[in-house]
Write a protein that binds this ligand. Structure first.
Ligand code: GLY
Length: 368
């Protein structure tokens, strides 16, 4: 039985529902799933690498999604291009290895309509951790498998396990880092950790590695015309990290968060700063309350800045000395890319793929 209500009744009803939701501790959901302008967004590498083919990640994901494919399957097919491309040394095969020269990969994925998620961390030997994250989502009761367990799971799911995911490029960069930081192999651990980060920043300043690739990562999020939202994040993590270090990418709410009724958010950049603030979850919660993706994401960058107080993490202006980017879209297809400092992000709509400048929170550079 359908019952028409007038505007006054509608306002009164939603106000009561909103008050009730607040009493029970849930903010009212402002944005609901429905017709949307289809869009795929990602970090800038999503419109750069093609792995020898014709299309980039965002192009492929947008095409598959708008041809009626499942949104998450489309996004993962997109990021697979970047994971498999040896030229992107921040993701998958050829991602910069950890301090022992071993490539350890992290990934997460979330399916908005199905309200399911999966992730892997510190996974060795599989070029496409995003596919293993999806296998965790589809085949287990769990959200996150790590290390040897994640690899055993991948093997049992039929994934090829390789001895070494380094390329000649990633191995040479690791050797250079090792030569500079640990010439005698007997540095005490504290000095070694400090030296490691300092040398990594030096190698960025010398243009040996891309600043954006120090923490690596691709995050890719999409919404189709039915308003179905999904997201995926995949990375080789911090270059030359302590073995076993896991960043924000595989942690739901940090490197990725999707609420199928509200929107998606994900990140690239310094995972530790993001983890401390669980930014992707908060960005989605802000969008739930009606904030535009750009305002929601900028608010979290402000929070990260406020919570960054350790001297070693501040530049001469007292601002964070690291990069951090957020990518956000809502159920209506509005989207944004924001960053601590000037950066770029990728987007694909019916008008084709583009690389656009992000909205920076701060002027200047992380290293000022
Ligand atoms: N954001 C990627 C990482 O910190 O591992």
């Amino acid at each position: 039985m359908s019952r028409k209500i007038n505007r006054r009744q509608f306002v009164a009803t939603t106000a009561v529902a909103g008050a009730a939701a607040r009493i029970f501790g849930q903010g009212p959901t402002v944005i609901r799933r429905g017709p949307a302008k289809p869009v795929v967004i990602s970090s800038a590498n999503g419109n750069k690498f093609k792995n020898g083919g014709d299309v980039t990640c965002v192009q492929k994901a947008f095409t598959l999604m708008t041809q009626g494919g499942d949104v998450l399957d489309a996004l993962i097919a997109g990021v697979n291009i970047v994971e498999l491309d040896p030229l992107d040394d921040s993701v998958g095969y050829g991602g910069l290895p950890n301090a022992e020269g071993i490539v350890q990969l992290d990934s997460s994925c979330m399916h908005g309509p199905k309200k399911r998620a999966g992730a892997v961390a510190a996974l060795e030997g599989v070029r496409t951790p995003s596919l293993v994250a999806r296998a965790v989502m589809e085949n287990t009761d769990h959200h996150l498998l790590v290390g040897r367990g994640a690899q055993d799971f991948a093997r049992s799911m039929g994934f090829k396990i390789e001895d070494d995911l380094n390329t000649e490029h990633s191995r040479q960069l690791w050797l250079e880092w090792k030569r500079r930081t640990d010439p005698s192999h007997y540095l005490d651990p504290k000095t070694r950790a400090e030296a490691g980060y300092r040398v990594a920043l030096e190698m960025v300043a010398e243009g040996k590695i891309d600043r954006e690739h120090l923490y690596g990562t691709i995050n890719c999020d999409g919404v189709n015309a039915r308003g179905e939202i999904c997201g995926v994040t995949t990375t080789s993590g911090l270059s030359w990290k302590i073995p076993g270090r896991v960043g924000d990418s595989p942690i739901l709410g940090a490197g990725l968060y999707v609420d199928g009724d509200v929107g998606a958010a994900g990140s690239t950049g310094r995972g530790e700063a993001n983890l401390y603030n669980l930014s992707s979850f908060m960005i989605v919660e802000h969008m739930r309350r009606g904030m535009h993706p750009k305002d929601a994401a900028l608010d979290l960058l402000r929070r990260v800045k406020t919570n960054t107080i350790e001297k070693r993490l501040l530049n001469s202006k007292g601002n964070p000395n690291f990069g951090l980017n957020f990518y956000a879209l809502n159920a209506a297809g509005e989207y944004a890319g924001v960053s601590m400092y000037e950066s770029s992000f990728a987007v694909c709509t019916e008008n084709g793929p583009q690389t656009l400048p992000t909205e920076p929170l701060l002027p200047g550079k992380a290293t000022d």
